[in-house]
Design a protein around this ligand. Sequence first.
Ligand code: KG4
Ligand code: ZN
Length: 334
Amino acid sequence: MIILGIETSCDETSAAILRNGKLLSNVIYSQLDIHKIYGGVVPEIAAREHLVKLPYVINEALSIAKVNYNDIDAIAVTYGPGLVGSLIVGICYAKGISFGLKKKIIGINHLEAHLLSPFLEYDDFNFPFLGIVVSGGHTNVYLADKFGEYRLLSETRDDAAGEAFDKVAKLLNLGYPGGPAISRAAQQGDAQKITFPQSQMKDKSYDFSFSGLKTSVLYYLKNHSEDIKNGKITINDIAASFQKTVSRTIVNKIKRICKEYKVERIALTGGVAANSYLRHELQRFGDEKGIKIYIPSMALCTDNAAMVAYVGWLKASKKIYSDFTLEAEPGLKL
Ligand code: KG4
Ligand code: ZN
């Protein structure tokens, strides 16, 4: 079975071809350079750019996979969560192919695609697992019991982890997107210089909150302008200390969850999973406890159509299809 995956939920235009669960191509066109000058994604521009680039991206994915439109069995397309205009472009394109060539269409939840992305690269990855989805819009932790059965244990009450990286990078004048910029700066900084507070929930929940940390960085900059001017503290030190705090906050929560639930495998996915400090901290915990850690390679952490095609294949195998009533759901949950 050959699946064409389409991903246009935010600012990456991506298409992938999967044959019987095996990835043949995964083409990603990033709009980064266009949005960078605005300091963040401009939804209207993102949608228009998807419209222009998607046909080329799909053609390239087909050509790399040596597959043509007629060979495709089904089209898997992200229908939420994401930017409504961007989602609509992918969905309409998928519907067009589906109608024109009489192919099945499958709506995919972007969060489920991230959550299951380790299946693409690890032969020994399997259910049940503890799945962490850390992206620009989400900081969700799930107990994934089996395909389609996910228990949400934890989410963010305000900013998502990636959002915190993006906002703090702005405060530090490191540019957009914040995650990679902070990662780079942190490599030259001393993470021990500053201790930012790790937010704790008043109740016993496993939820996250990152907006207080962002405010702490803001006040730190205000209150230590002299130290920063005379070089006692550098922006790199602040970036490194912030990155450490976010990573420890996430890993500490995972440690608490692992005390309550029996966990044998942990999957770290989503754009923030590209952060090497966080990857390292989680791996250290896994090694300590004998829990196997699964983290996709960088290209499969940030948005891509391979993960969309993969969930499409799982759904198609169970004959779970959508129809032309499929619509964009910007606030879709998992
Ligand atoms: O999964 P993703 O590509 O898109 C969403 O579904 O949101 O995640 C994008 C987020 C952005 O906030 C970006 O700053 C963050 O992932 N990110 C990183 C790194 N690379 C991307 N955050 C921390 N460290 C990184 N190396
Ligand atoms: Zn994503």
